[in-house]
Ligand binder design. Structure first.
Ligand code: CO
Length: 215
């Protein structure tokens, strides 16, 4: 018990020594502030670490992770991260990255109860409902799960576009692209799903807002 925990402090000491040896000002420079160009919305799964996958260093990526990389419109945590990333940090790209073999998406595809988490997974079931025709036509369960993972990412990208935060950035001509990716745990490769939004014109009409209210 103790050794698995203490190992983390030992690792930290080694890391600090390594980084300082490479660049004596490494931590002093990072302490000055952050100007990341990317916001990452990924799964909490321990096998999908945002920085390692994308070769980005501390300071380069603002990160939000939850089970099954969801953009839930009343999740105050997600909305706060999104608002800070867009309004203050002015990130250029938001990436929703799902992954094949996602336990959350798989659980949402079945009918078993898991407890409190079922209330979170319900949001993913809504994606299934929206795409029932396509998904139920796939006989192979593994293939259906892979497609469900992809469609879930695409829906979360759309959900980002529906927010006033993203739309107001577009209204003020702030460059902001929102992307959907899938990561394959089995080979480490990231795939762009080609569901990028760059403008409110690409949204279904009912979700488009006019200019923000005057305060
Ligand atoms: Co997952």
């Amino acid at each position: 018990m103790e050794s698995s925990y203490k190992k983390l402090f030992e690792n930290n000491k080694k890391w600090v020594a390594e980084m300082t040896q490479q660049d004596p000002n490494y931590f002093l420079d990072l302490a000055k502030g952050q100007t990341p160009e990317y916001l990452w919305i990924g799964c909490s799964d321990s096998r999908v670490p945002a920085n390692e996958i994308t070769g980005t260093k501390p300071g380069e990526m603002f990160v939000h992770r939850n089970i099954a990389n969801m953009v839930v419109h009343n999740d105050l945590n997600l909305l706060s991260v999104l608002a800070y990333a867009v309004d203050v940090l002015k990130v250029k790209h938001i990436i929703v990255c799902g992954h094949y073999g996602c336990g959350g998406v798989e659980a949402a595809m079945g009918n078993k109860q898991f407890g409190l988490i079922d209330n979170w997974l319900r949001n993913i079931k809504e994606v299934y409902r929206t795409h029932t025709e396509e998904l139920s036509a796939i006989d192979d369960r593994k293939e259906r799960l892979r497609r469900f993972v992809e469609l879930n990412v695409a829906e979360q990208v759309l959900d980002l576009g529906k927010t006033t935060i993203v739309q107001n950035a577009w209204q003020r001509d702030q460059p902001l692209h929102i992307h959907g990716w899938v990561y394959d745990i089995a080979d480490g490769i990231v795939k762009d799903l080609g569901v990028t939004f760059r403008d409110a014109d690409e949204l279904p009409e009912v979700f488009r807002f006019n200019e923000p209210i005057a305060i």
